[in-house]
Each structure stands twice: as structure tokens, then as C-alpha cells.
Design a protein around this ligand. Sequence first.
Ligand code: GLU
Length: 469
Amino acid sequence: MAQEAQIVTRIAPSPTGYMHIGTARTALFNWLYARGRGGKFVLRIEDTDRARSTPEATQAILDGMAWLGLDHDGEAVSQFARADRHRQVAEEMLATGHAYKCFSTQDEIAAFRDAARAEGRSTLFLSPWRERDDHPDAPYVIRLKAPRDGQTIIADQVQGDVTIQNATLDDMILLRSDGTPTYMHAVVVDDHDMGVTHVIRGDDHLNNAARQIQIYRAMGWPEPVWAHIPLIHGEDGKKLSKRHGATGVMEYAEMGIPAAAMRNYLARLGWSHGDDELFTDAQALEWFDLSGIGKSPARLDMKKLGNVAGWHIANAEDADLVAQIGQFLDITGQPSLSQVQQDGLTRAMYCLKDRARSLPELLDKGRFVLDNRPLDYDEKAVSTLDPVSRGILRELTAQLQNASWTRDTLEGVLNAAAVSHGLKFGKLAGPLRAALSGRTVSPSVFDMMLVIGREETLARLTEAASLGD
Ligand code: GLU
């Protein structure tokens, strides 16, 4: 049986100080594509801009990837560290006649452009050195000998066939006069050397592909499959900016969006599988394909993200949610939970997770199990604890001493208490809720009683009953 070549995708971010959600989405698409097909997903840090490429900026990318759970194969590759190899390939292209040394100075290039402009010609620089073989002893750059006629077709999996007239492509610089490679050259050499078979990236790089293809051809290297995906826009359809919502992926971690929900949400930003909005990683891995990527920009929708987060929280394992809360507290620099608090939260999780749309919402709903006595009653809770209510709580304390601690029995006891005071159960639930949680909004009183147990319930009722004594 013929063995299909292994798929290799990559993410090649430039360190900018943080990981943009557009980069995160591109990384996710590449990860899904490779991992769903038994392929490899590699990471290259495009750190040739030395001013921006600080260790912190690189770390920010690694942090974003780690939080999103996008594991890559092998070590992260530094583009800067590969400069010798980039030079070597440029020299090889020189030797095979696919590139040439250009000695034109900045002033000469500027003069060429001025003249072209004055004559109404294209300002695309045509180097006189392309056809010369005399080599003065002067600084030079190495330029690609790009085809002048015909056209280059990018067979793009998202955009379709994109045709570029070769006359619009200049002889781009591969190596600067100081011997450093240009971005355009380094990307191709690195992608080839890293065995990248599919280049899936933002469509702001579409035009670059036409130029990059020339290097593949000059070197006789197999061209990768191209897929240029539309950028993410804001809700108003304009280019994404801060005013549309968070643009850094870690800002979502700080909001307490579960990483699985972020993956689900980002996958749907530009890709679709029928009407499926909510799905697991396993489903995304099975379904993801380049044919499902749309041609128009996806719009960031924070409300939808909240719904996706809610679904993932409701369907997650309790212990996993507690672990994620631990990570959230860590990321946001908050004190971590004690083992007792973690155990309590795990027991309570079944009654917290149904309608929460973020991890901090879970924490907030879970305060009743996290807080110790004496509870810090909020003002509204205190107002429900009037003398009559406190009297009822005192009576209940006695009745609950010997009740068996099951939902049915507790319902029976509390309903009977309400009836005996001529109250609807709702009237009784207010002060009970206040006593058990210190608040007027909380999980149901039965859930709270079952979670904290008899002893703690009685202690809280006693404490609330004596309020104001
Ligand atoms: N380093 C480029 C960027 O951050 C990506 C290059 C590529 O994907 O080819 O936009």
C-alpha cells in the first residue's frame, strides 16, 4: 500500500509581546488539521526582529499555546538561529542562477523610482545587475531572479486559484547587504527544512505566497499546500481592535473562559461543520477540514463565547473544573484554594455548573462552600433575617438535629415548617438562604444543606438565628 506522506503543519508567530487571538486561531487550525490526521504540528518563533524578540515576548507565545493546550512536536525553532542556513540557500540560488548580486545603492533605487513615477511607469525596481556579471568590490544584496513574464497561480484551498501577474513581482531581496536574510526568504527555507506540507495562515500573507513560490521553484522543492484564512473582525465587521473585546488570548484565560471552550469558539471563527456550534475536541479533530473554512472574515462575538463557555462548563468533569479553577486563580494572581476548599468545591460542583459561563462565576456560586464561619452576610441577606425569621430558623435547628440527611427528608421538614407558620416555602427559603450562604442569590437551600452537611448547616442556622441578639 502506498504510504501517504505525513502531514506537517506549523505556526510561525513573530514575538509581539502577547499572543493575539488571530494567531491563536491560526495555531488551532494547524493543530486540528495535523492532529486529526496523525500529522505533526511544529512551532517556529520568527524572532529575526531583534528589538521585539525579547525572551518575555517569546514566553508570551509559549504561554498562550500552553494555556490553549496546543502542544507542538519537537523543540520550538528559532528563526534567528538559522541565519547561516538561510545564507547558504541564498548562495546556492546564486550559484544556480536563480538569484543575483545587486549592487544598486539606496540612492540609485530612489532615483529609479522617481524617474519611473515621472514617466508614469511602474515603480517596481528593475535592477540593472540582473543581467550583469561584473562584480564591483562594494556592498550588495542578493535578489531573487523572479520570472518577468507569465503568471503565478496560488492554488489556495480557501481562496481558490489566485492568479498573480509575474510582472507585478519584483526581484525581492533574499539576503541583505549585512548578510541577514529577509523574512520572505527565511520563511520558505524554514518551512522546507521543517518538512511543512501545509501552510495554513492569515490571508494577509496571500500575496507573499506568490513570491515565496518562486523560491520553492528555484530550489526545486515541493510546494506546500496553501490555505489563507480570512482575518477575524469585530462585531461591527471592522478590523479587530481593542474596542471589540480582548485581542490577547491570555485575556480570555484571565476572564476565566475554559481553554476547551476557547478552542471550540476559535474553531468556529471562520470554520464550520454544518450547524454545529458546540463540540468537543474529539469532534473538532474528526471534523476539521480546509473545505469548511469560509472566505469571508469571521466576527468576534462575546455573547456567543459566553454560551460556548457555559456548555463546556456544564459538560466538564467536576474534578477537572476544580483543577481549571486552580489554574485560573494562578493566572490571575489570586490565592490558591486549600485542599478542604477544593474538596468542598468538587462536592458542590454538581449544583454550580449548570448555568455558569465562566470559572469565576463558578467560584462565586460556590462561595457558600468556600467561606468559613462567621459568614460575611451581605446587606440584603441581613434584611431577610428579621426576628420572626430568626425564630423559625431556631425551631428548624431543633427539627434538623435528628432528620436523616437526604433531599426527601429535608424537603419534608422544611415544607412542614413553612406550613406550620402559614408561609409559602419561598418565604422561608429567603432567610434560610441568607443563613446558609450569607447572600440572597445562591444554589438551592437543599443543595447547600446536602453539600455542607448537618453539622455545618446547624451551626450556620444557629449563628444566623442569633444575629442581632
Ligand atoms: N511570522 C508571521 C506572522 O507572525 C507569520 C508567517 C507565516 O505564517 O508564514 O504574521
